[in-house]
Design a protein around this ligand. Structure first.
Ligand code: EPZ
Length: 421
């Protein structure tokens, strides 16, 4: 198992370019199943999760060509000849549920193992199964998985009101409804930027989707959709993570090729805490700042993103005063704080959803283990500001979401090495 070794204290300088968004590329890969022609995806992030998603497509029979230099992926879905998802690949990619809808919509049936949860939460899929049923699919539970079958061979448009906001639930029902007969209206939808991006891609392929990015999305079903090409939007979570990196190390760095608007409430919250930021159209420059604690609650977009909660919690250990970080979306996304405490932080867990952070505290290098990708990158940031050496095990979790991360950080002056065992 690879690990990272980081020596803290370096001042960073220079610029870092943001990759294409993991949480957009995964959905567009799933959406290619709906087409009957080649789909070209540019600005593609080659990371563990997207590599696994490509393997799922290949296992179904699609042809997928990749060009890591041009950062491009070409998917030809015409060869798909299977409607059951490979169980091993489903286990490796929790978001493989994304593939169920397009296969069901295109072929009238799909079978897969339950994708399972992860350390940040149980990750149920009840909202997906309810949505598929409303679109006219019969759900049959088999072993630790399920089989879906369109009752009349084809799905039928319907009204779905999500009882709670779900990002991949919204994306899945939007994709699935593209080939259903008639109109589908989705209510109480998520509004994350990856959703209008997916709708833009599908509409370029000939789908008829309106309202993506708002709480209500209308999809007019069509017979089929053709291929297209699409540029993956910048990864807003990478961008936000790098902003925290600049602030936490009191460095002036430039985060390039990002879309600051996609960060929602995150930048205003940092500025309320005293962060000095220069925000351009497609870049953010961090400046050394005297910051103070500001309490936050994670919230669906455009609120404070749950995927930026762990870097933010680390930052609050380095600023004056006390803050409360309330992780309102996932029940297991704060347990990494015990590893920050082992470095010298002073974080008190009130319950699985709330911690009190007291700052500033000096951090010391430690042996850590990355529990999930966002807590994992937070440990990398902690190692940068800690005195001494920090070792991070299980960095597969970090490689799931951050492409070639150590080389990109070394360019900024971070003393980080990957030890391959
Ligand atoms: C997406 O996960 C992202 N993943 C997550 O990013 C992100 O944290 C999350 O949205 C929230 O923004 C991808 O886009 C691949 P949800 P998703 O459905 O769609 C509950 C990362 O770090 N729920 O919006 O799975 C669920 O348990 C990942 O890149 C049900 O109860 O999240 C959670 O409490 C982590 N039943 C809440 O809804 C369901 O059927 C929101 O989950 C589905 C979800």
């Amino acid at each position: 198992m690879d690990k990272f070794v980081i020596n803290g204290g370096a001042k960073l300088s220079g610029s870092i370019s943001v990759s294409g968004a993991k949480n957009s590329a995964l959905k567009i890969l799933a959406a290619t199943i709906l087409s009957d022609q080649k789909c070209i995806i540019n600005n593609f992030p080659f990371i563990e999760d997207t590599n696994n998603a490509i393997e799922i497509l290949r296992n179904l029979g699609a042809t997928v060509d990749v060009d890591k230099v041009k950062k491009m992926v070409i998917v030809n879905p015409v060869g798909i000849n299977k409607t059951s998802l490979d169980s091993l690949l489903v286990r490796k990619l929790r978001s493989s549920i994304l593939f169920a809808g397009p296969i069901l919509a295109k072929f009238g049936q799909v079978e897969m193992k339950h994708p399972g949860g992860c350390v940040i939460g149980k990750r149920p899929i009840d909202l997906f199964l309810d949505g598929f049923e409303k679109l006219g699919a019969e759900v049959e539970f088999i072993d630790d998985g399920f089989r879906l079958k369109a009752k009349f061979g084809k799905l039928k448009g319907t009204n779905i009101f999500f009882p709670q906001i779900t990002v991949t639930g919204t994306e899945t029902m939007m994709m699935t409804a593209v080939l259903a007969e008639g109109k589908t209206i989705l209510n109480n939808c998520a509004m994350e930027p990856e959703i209008p991006a997916l709708a833009d891609y599908l509409n370029k392929c000939g789908a008829k989707i309106k309202g993506a990015g708002s709480h209500t999305i209308e999809i007019e079903g069509v017979e089929k959709i053709h291929g297209s090409y699409f540029d993956v939007i910048p990864d807003r979570i990478e961008a936000g993570t790098f902003v925290v990196m600049g602030l936490a190390t009191q460095s002036e760095i430039k985060i390039e090729n990002c879309n600051p608007e996609h960060l929602g409430a995150f930048l205003p919250i940092l500025q309320k805490a005293g962060a000095r930021l220069e925000v351009g159209k497609d870049y953010i420059i961090t400046k050394p700042s005297q910051m103070k604690a500001v309490s936050v609650v994670t919230h669906e977009y455009p609120g404070f993103a749950t995927d930026l909660q762990s870097p933010y919690t680390l930052l609050m250990t380095q600023v004056q005063n006390q803050s409360i970080v309330h992780e309102a979306i996932f029940e297991g996304r704060l347990f990494f704080t015990d590893q920050l405490n082992s470095m010298g932080a002073n974080i008190i867990m009130c319950d699985p959803h709330r911690v009190v952070v007291n700052g500033p505290t000096k951090l010391y290098g430690k042996k850590l283990t990355s529990p999930d990708l966002r807590a994992g990158i937070t440990m990398v940031l902690a190692g940068m500001i800690a005195e001494g050496t920090t070792t991070i095990e299980n960095i597969y979790q970090i490689d799931r979401g951050y492409e070639n991360i150590e080389a990109r950080l070394q360019k900024l002056g971070v003393d980080i090495k990957r030890i391959t065992s």
